[in-house]
Write a protein that binds this ligand. Structure first.
Ligand SMILES: [Zn+2]
Length: 458
């Protein structure tokens, strides 16, 4: 720890050539702490001694701060306005990407900005690259749901590495964008074999692979593997900017699903650890910033419970995500298909709840009889109120108390390490984070640009 703090300040005078921005979508301080407690408890359950237990990669970064996230028209932002702020340095209204709908003004996204300095660009996310957060780093759109238009902008921008699931907006738009990308010189990779075969020299790579929630399925290409591959392909004298999003932290939070949340957080953290390996090999040339676009779910922690032994066992007892997996259970046990007494063991089995008290039993019986939805803004997957009851129950037993189905205006954490990392300490704001990054790139750009000119084009 001490050595890293020294490293963080030693290189205060140098400018980075390799800049990472990690965005945990929907991630706030409580999510980080909950995941750290889960991880340590899981290790303790496996018999790892407490004093040798590692925490998360992100919380080991020496520079810490916080950031406000309000958008131009709302105290509570959405991912589009927040991505615009971190990418362009400007605030816009919720729903817009690098466009001010009121004035018609466009804000230059990060990809176009860093390209002017001859740097390479990587855009990696666990959701489709035309989804709000990744799109905010290269696209202009009045509305975030203009998916086909955003997809076409992906193909015309010279992004050097794109990683994530297939596009959203329908298969037709996906195929059209895929064809256009091939015409524009992109190499498309759609399986692990093709991914492993990628070698340095490959340019404009677009890796498309399924990424379900980490609790449901092991990813064919985990986020950390994307980061490792992108570093291998893009690290050269020109430098790079890489945005990496742990996107479904937000989806798990909208669902108030603590079990899914900790797995998404760990998936995201492993990607940060991968960038840390690169940082350690050349600390004076790398800047890593980790932050979030907004809080989601109004999560708070029951301190006694999250610190109690066995927290991980409670969360691991849940068989799959509320978003994607629980729906199957509830289709089976819907009223009319089954009596409550037959349904109860199936629900308990899926969520891993052994004991249920009378009050809880009355409540779940009521939801079973009445049915109905509980839906926040930008909700994903299963919306049944009865599944919300169960995911909140599992969370609460593990010490995770949810109070909202939507985003909140709570500030988000900032972690940083490397050259110029000190700029990210203290109380900040998402648009300031964008501006600091752009300032740093502009100030270091002179060197990078002149080196790039001397090199033969390959
Ligand atoms: Zn959201």
């Amino acid at each position: 720890m001490a050595a890293m703090i020294i490293a963080g300040t030693n290189y205060a005078g140098t400018f980075p050539k390799f800049v990472f921005l990690f965005i945990g979508d929907g991630m706030a301080e409580a999510d980080v702490r909950a995941t750290e407690c889960y991880f340590k408890d899981a290790q303790a359950q496996k018999g790892v001694a407490a004093d040798t237990t590692q925490g998360l990669a992100m919380t080991k970064l020496p520079v810490r701060g916080t950031a406000t996230t309000f958008s131009k028209n709302n105290a509570t932002t959405d991912s589009a306005a927040a991505a615009t702020a971190m990418s362009s340095g400007y605030k816009t209204a919720n729903g817009s990407l690098n466009v001010d709908a009121e004035t018609g003004r466009n804000f230059e996204p990060m990809a176009q900005f860093v390209k002017r300095y001859g740097m390479k660009v990587g855009i990696i996310s666990s959701v489709a690259p035309n989804h709000a957060t990744p799109a905010g780093f290269y696209a202009y759109a009045q509305k975030r749901n203009m998916y086909p238009e955003i997809a076409m902008q992906l193909t015309t921008n010279e992004l050097d590495y794109v990683g994530g699931p297939v596009l959203i907006g329908g298969p037709e738009a996906d195929v059209k964008a895929r064809d256009a990308a091939v015409k524009n010189g992109y190499t498309i990779v759609e399986d692990r074999q093709g991914f492993d075969a990628l070698r340095s020299g490959a340019r404009r790579v677009w890796v498309r692979s399924k990424m379900s929630l980490a609790i449901d399925d092991k990813h064919e290409i985990p986020l950390a593997d994307h980061v490792g591959k992108a570093i291998g392909l893009l690290a050269g004298p020109e430098g790079f900017f890489m945005m990496v999003e742990g996107a479904m932290i937000d989806g798990a939070s909208h669902s108030n699903d603590g079990a899914a949340l900790v797995h998404e957080m760990l998936e995201f953290d492993r990607a940060i650890a991968k960038a840390m390996e690169f940082y350690k090999s050349r600390p004076e040339e790398v800047l890593i910033v980790v932050t979030s676009d907004h809080e989601c779910g109004g999560l708070s922690l029951d301190e006694e419970k999250i610190k109690a032994a066995g927290m991980s066992k409670i969360l691991d007892g849940q068989k799959g995500s509320r978003n994607a997996s629980a729906g199957e259970v509830f289709r089976q046990v819907e009223k009319g298909k089954m009596l409550f007494d037959e349904a109860l063991p199936l629900m308990r089995e899926f969520f891993g709840i052994q004991n249920i008290n009378d009050k809880e039993l009355t409540e779940v019986h009521e939801y079973f009889n009445k049915g109905g939805d509980a839906r926040g803004d930008f909700s994903y997957g299963d919306n049944r109120i009865i599944s919300l009851f169960w995911s909140r129950l599992v969370s609460a037993r593990a010490g995770l108390i949810w109070s909202s189905l939507s985003h909140t205006d709570a500030p988000v954490p900032v972690y940083a390490v490397g050259a110029q990392a000190a700029r990210f300490s203290g109380n900040s704001d998402n648009a300031l984070i964008g501006r600091y990054m752009r300032d740093i790139i502009a100030e270091s750009g002179g060197d990078a640009a002149s080196t790039a000119v001397r090199l033969p084009q390959n």
